[in-house]
Design a binder for this molecule. Structure first.
Ligand code: AMP
Length: 387
């Protein structure tokens, strides 16, 4: 255990809360630098646990497991934001957690998150806090249809959300309100969904990755396209907003900022994630430094690396059975960067891996992915309502 130490060096141990694919890719980056890695996850043989020097099996709210992680780790980081409050408090008193706990607390709750975004001088879609069904009836006309009701806590990949297209949908809100406070948001008629990933070290040095254009399908990220097909002005604005947010939130570590870009170049911030993000996987091959390497540099107090884009890139997620299609075609896939996460159980829409294609243009990369037949894009509706 190592309290208040700003620079962590190879040979020391990085403790990661969460054993999913983000933890796994963080672990790969850490190990390349010569660190040891400890992972806490409830499951045996988790994607990150498989790669770890110390794999601690335990629930995230099990303080004895959290203590075990702290005992073997010189610095603690995390791969997801819904960490139990008690565990967080214990860690902040007894372990070195350079990212702190404030940003986690903010991003665990959409109401806190929206307030923090506005305080940073950025815009969010018009919204109202909804604590009981009467609030919904009171505010829906001001917000207007279509609107979306989201649970303030605990939702992800479109879970905990209800789209409201007319009065007939309001009665369906009880189920969400039973789970706790919600936010009612105006539906933004966006042109593009974008994300920007920014890292900052404890010394205050920041580095921003290029803007990603995200396409969602069935509520889950489908593709990230870089460079985003947007004007230079919009790209500059997106980068400025992410930088403003990182500074205002006093970021240490990594922040992913999800945004809506409208036809008249307005940007609304949709969501923040205080960690590397699925939409930043393209950086592994397409940028001089990957988001995972950068995250490790940031939490270890090292100077940050260059985020320069080396080539246009398209990242496509491999969900559920698509893994079988990918493996079946593997001998035809020249120069595909293939990442599979070592998940034993295939479930529909489960993130099993991703691929990145670096090509002279994003159009070439998109065509090649489409023509491969691995993703059946014709059958499913793409875009709009989901992530
Ligand atoms: P979220 O979990 O908040 O990121 O929402 C999941 C996805 O739903 C987003 O990536 C968007 O595609 C869509 N979405 C959520 N909120 C809105 C909104 N206010 N207006 C338009 N689309 C939205």
């Amino acid at each position: 255990m190592n309290l208040n130490k700003t620079v962590i060096v190879p040979g020391q141990t990085i403790g990661i809360i969460g054993g999913g694919q983000l933890g796994r890719m963080m672990a790969f980056a850490a190990k390349a630098n010569g660190f040891k890695v400890a992972v806490l996850d409830p499951a045996k043989d988790s994607p990150a646990g498989q790669t770890a020097d110390y794999s601690i099996i335990g629930q995230y709210d099990d303080l004895s497991a959290v203590k075990k992680l702290a005992e073997v780790s010189d610095v603690i980081t995390y791969e997801f934001e819904n960490i139990d409050a008690n565990a967080l408090n214990w860690l902040s008193d007894h372990a070195y957690v350079p990212q702190g706990t404030r940003l986690l607390e903010i991003t665990q709750d959409r109401i806190f998150e929206k307030r923090a975004i506005q305080q940073a001088g950025a815009e969010v879609a018009p919204y109202k806090e909804i604590h009981q069904i009467e609030d919904l009836y009171k505010h829906i006309n001001g917000i207007g249809y279509p609107a979306v009701l989201k649970t303030a806590r605990g939702g992800y990949d479109g879970k905990g959300q209800l789209i409201l297209t007319g009065e007939q949908d309001l009665a369906n809100a009880h189920g969400l309100l039973d789970q706790g406070a919600c936010v009612l948001e105006k539906w933004v008629a966006f042109e593009k969904e974008l994300s920007v990933i920014i890292s900052r070290n404890p010394q205050g040095e920041a580095a921003v990755f290029p803007v990603g254009e995200n396409i969602h399908k069935n509520n889950i990220l489908y593709q990230t396209i870089v460079p985003a097909r947007i004007s230079q002005d919009a790209a500059r604005k997106a980068i400025t907003l992410a930088t403003q947010l990182a500074e205002s939130l006093d970021l240490t570590g990594t922040l992913a900022v999800e945004m809506f870009l409208t036809a008249d170049n307005e940007i609304y911030i949709n969501e923040l994630a205080p960690r590397p993000h699925n939409s930043g996987h393209y950086t592994i091959e397409a940028c001089e430094t990957s988001q995972f390497e950068q995250h490790i540099k940031a939490v270890c107090g090292w100077p940050l690396g260059s985020t320069e884009l080396l080539k246009p890139a398209v990242m496509v997620n491999i969900l559920g059975d698509e893994q079988v299609g990918l493996i079946g075609k593997i001998s035809e896939l020249k120069d595909w960067k293939i990442h599979l996460y070592g998940k034993q159980e295939v479930k529909p829409l489960r993130k099993m891996g991703h691929v990145t294609l670096l090509r002279p243009t994003v159009e070439e990369a998109l065509n090649e992915a489409d023509l491969s037949g691995i993703w059946n894009t014709a059958k499913e509706k793409i875009g709009g309502t989901s992530k």
